[in-house]
Design a binder for this molecule. Sequence first.
Ligand code: GCO
Length: 452
Amino acid sequence: MIIHPDFLWGASTSAFQIEGAAHLEGRADSIWDVFLRTPGQAGHDDNAEVACDHYHRHAEDVALVRALGLNAYRFSIAWPRVLPQGRGAANEAGLAFYDRLIDALLSAEIEPWLCLYHWDLPQALSELGGWQNRDIAGWFADYAALVARRYGDRVKRFATFNEPCVFTLFGYGLGWHAPGIADKTALHKAIHHVNLGHGRAVDVLRRDVAGASIGAIHNRQPCYPATEDPADAAAALRLAAYWNDAFPLPQAFACYPPELADAIAPYVLPGDMAQIARPVDWFGLNHYSPHYVKADTNLIGAGFGPAPASVPRSAIGWPVVPDAFRDTLLDIHRRFHLPIYVLENGTAANDVIDPSGHIRDDDRIAYLAAYTAALEQAIRQGADVRGYFVWSLLDNFEWGAGYSQRFGIVYVDHVSQRRIPKASARWYADMIAAHRTSDDPAGPHNRAEAEG
Ligand code: GCO
């Protein structure tokens, strides 16, 4: 069998997208809460005050994960829930919520994968410049220490950042995401300070968590020119530097991609690059589809063009190209020489409840079948892939698209909060069962150590 019996099959979520309880029990505003209050800014005027109410329904959600036979679950900590001002006094009620979640996962024999940062920066820190302020590397390290000391007895898998390329480019460069800044200097500072925060957090996690298994989660995807116009080819290279290389390169090899090095150099102090390039244990990949890039007048000179008409697309228009996923896995394997965990892959679909109460999401099943087949091909061709996590467990708050896009394998009625596993959830559970031997020798605790 190509897929090893200890392979992790999981699902991923993020705090802001599912928790709700946005202002309960001491949680303070994140940049996304504030951003969404500007009418028309994002989210179809939706907000995440309640989201999937996971804060109150985590037991039910963990039971769903268990019922599907998943052996891993990725979540993120909401920084403003545990440190409402981003630093200083911790919020015990917020910390206790993640105790409950982690304990529920462990008792269900599901390995917790904890991501420190999935975009919900405390607003209080944004008012001090957020990722533009170099001090944030230290604030982030202190937050990492709080999390490490509180949960490190039970959690061994830690990711520093989720998709740093997206929240820096969209949040500081193009202004589409919180905090809504569109400024080249802000973007380049943010990139460097996120990288510094990553390296500082890796040190803290190594120091404070025995047997920690640490990585970062990068969004990597081919950037193809949308047309044969040479201007589009040049734009594709520029986008690839920001999208694919601005974080993995410094973190692995202590250098910025040549396209960005001069722009970032003014913010790099002696010792920074060594501080950033701390050894990690794995490469986390989020991947959905390739980009087709067009020249643009925006501040990076590159825009997201439409895919050529011949490329199949999902219900929300994202290109469906499983070969690009296989090639991305092989490329990461060759360049970074690390075990790879796919920590997000999936698709939104036009899910409807049929008269018999079922959601027959055949589009999603077709997508997942094609992409997991590509994953198997990559493993067969030598990529050291050790886990696959579907995005997402639940229909959730999809950032700029609000609740209009459903990415879950479990349907959520956002009024009643009722959860209904979709046909894809059953498909995923059956596929996993078919790949697994009957006894799974590695319990959730000893896998991280076995990897070393
Ligand atoms: C991420 C993603 C998720 C999205 C998913 C679908 O950064 O991890 O943005 O939060 O919901 O990628 O777009």
